[in-house]
Write a protein that binds this ligand. Structure first.
Ligand SMILES: [Zn+2]
Length: 545
């Protein structure tokens, strides 16, 4: 079945021209070698002595891994020392073999490999590309675009690839979208017309939590979806982060699903009456899946959405009284500050415990967060040298506060400054000329341009917390939500408190004025080694995912 998107002869030559222009020389070959020492494509050499093949599962090459499982999985270290080399050789080992493909198709697949290489988010395994090649060669097409994506799924299923080649199909879908974008010439305008927006295509401020797309197709009512898309585009244009706008979409999706389930008779903006909105208020407030904070957020978003629609006439027919008022919204819970007791904090700062963290980068990252109260998100993306001296010569940390969308400065304690120096020294052994990030991701990151993953950091801390048996005075274990990755502070508050404590003990710092954001109460703090009290610690529950 050939789809409408199938290219005409003219289109194909245009696409081929485009492919030849974008695919770099090292990828424009029919056998692309993956150097085992290149962390984007491999995990180093196989752990078996003198085996030069690339390592995958258990840090063994595929051949040694298969032999190891065949021998009923003996002790790995002993196996690696005693097993013999792999006999025989094929040039397909550690290589993406595109030789079976015609020129354009070869360039299409090569382009997807090149983009994966540049993005460094997913490590490509040669066997997965080789499976993909078998599939597309069997389909006898000139371009991936000769079939719709759904039809490729069908072909894969016919070839029995659905179960065994899930990752190969993932790469095929990735390649199809890339080639489709290249053929059509994607710009922000065409992306906004779609029901899924990719952050990369609309060129917005990236989300530190790596939210890469927003879907609108889950909003069942086309008239509401159109208005939601306009409102979300408006918010992006106003400089909101992609992640924040994705929360808007989720909030409005809840409203859309409420209408679909509870009021299917509402078929247009005219049906959004005060009665409906009041029903939604009580329905959402009682939704058991949502925390009180989330409920409040979703209602605030809907309130702003209705106001914007009124102002711009984005939903013709919307009744003038279709609005939510501030005094109708359930209050946000305002719990007391949750200080991390010194008893617990001393375990988190114990050098013997810190030594149990998996590597120096994680350790330095944690210490810096403990010392500065920086959000983990912001700390993970720090530049290689984020330290500048203030007018008095005091070392300060310059960082980008993603939540406030602004650069900020905070004074550093001696311990924090020393930690940064140690981290930089450690990085210089791997990147003698320096690298872009102070805390680079350890994987798929040959030039250190990718920051440490927030998710990895959270997982490592949770594991570490279990390992050290973090507990309170009664012996009860302490939850991961109250340890430093979520410990945070208003940076304005921090700056004023830290500046003040050079001469006097710090006072409780103010929350930013005019902000509706629930900020954690300040962690009263003072750089170690200056006058003032030892910091008190306050934990903050992160925003719901
Ligand atoms: Zn091997």
């Amino acid at each position: 079945m050939t789809m409408q998107l199938a290219l005409t002869q003219t289109d194909a030559s245009t696409l081929l021209d485009k492919l030849q222009a974008v695919v770099r020389a090292e990828f424009a070959v029919d056998l692309i070698h993956a150097d085992p020492t290149n962390p984007v494509f491999a995990r180093g050499h196989c752990r078996v002595m003198n085996c030069r093949r690339g390592a995958w599962t258990k840090l063994l090459c595929n051949a040694h891994y298969n032999r190891w499982t065949h021998e009923r999985r003996p002790d790995l270290d002993e196996y690696a020392m005693t097993t013999g080399p792999v006999v025989g050789h094929t040039d397909r080992v550690d290589a993406f073999d595109l030789r079976r493909l015609p020129l354009q198709l070869r360039l299409e697949v090569a382009y997807s490999i090149q983009v994966r290489h540049d993005q460094r988010t997913i490590r490509l395994i040669p066997v997965m590309i080789n499976r993909l090649v078998v599939l597309v060669a069997a389909a006898k097409v000139a371009s991936l675009l000769d079939h719709r994506l759904q039809h490729w799924d069908l072909i894969a299923h016919e070839h029995g690839l659905t179960d065994t080649g899930g990752r190969a199909m993932g790469q095929l879908r990735f390649a199809w979208k890339l080639v489709h974008d290249l053929a059509e010439g994607v710009d922000a305008e065409s992306e906004f017309a779609r029901d899924t927006w990719r952050a990369s295509a609309v060129s917005v401020r990236p989300s530190p939590k790596k939210i890469t797309s927003i879907r609108f197709d889950l909003i069942p009512q086309p008239w509401l979806r159109t208005a939601v898309k306009r409102a979300c585009r408006y918010r992006l244009g106003a400089g909101k982060a992609f992640g924040s706008v994705s929360i808007d979409e989720r909030a409005l999706r809840w409203f859309a699903c409420f209408l679909a389930q509870q009021h299917p008779e509402v078929t247009g903006a005219r049906g959004i009456t005060r009665d409906i909105l009041q029903h939604y208020l009580s329905w959402l407030t009682l939704a058991p899946q949502l925390s009180a904070n989330t409920t409040n957020t979703y209602l605030v978003v809907l309130r702003g959405f209705l106001q914007t629609c009124h102002r711009n006439d984005w939903m013709p027919g919307l009744p003038p009284h279709a609005a939510l008022y501030l005094d109708e919204l359930p209050p946000r819970p305002r719990p007391l500050p949750r200080f991390i007791p010194e008893f617990v904090m001393s375990q988190l700062e114990d050098p013997d415990n810190l030594a149990l963290l998996p590597d120096e980068t994680t350790r330095h990252l944690l210490i810096l967060i403990q010392e500065t109260g920086l959000r983990a998100n912001d700390a993970c993306t720090l530049e290689y040298n984020p330290v500048i001296a203030d007018s008095a010569g005091w070392p300060c940390l310059k960082y980008y506060n993603h939540k406030m969308a602004t650069e900020q400065l905070i004074p550093l304690s001696q311990r924090a400054a020393d930690t940064i120096l140690e981290q930089q020294q450690q990085l210089r052994t791997r990147w003698p000329a320096g690298c872009a990030r102070l805390f680079p991701s350890p994987h798929s990151n040959p030039d250190g341009a990718q920051g440490f993953s927030y998710a990895t950091f959270r997982h490592r801390l949770a594991d570490w917390q279990q390992l050290i048996g973090l507990h309170d005075e009664t012996g009860q274990s302490v939850s991961a939500r109250s340890v430093p990755p979520s410990m945070t502070i208003s940076s304005d508050a921090w700056t004023s408190a830290a500046a003040a404590c050079r001469s006097t003990p710090p006072a409780p710092a103010p929350t930013p004025s005019g902000s509706s954001t629930t900020w954690p109460e300040s962690r009263q703090a003072c750089p170690t080694g200056t006058a003032g009290a030892h910091p008190n610690r306050t934990a903050h529950t992160p925003m719901p995912a």
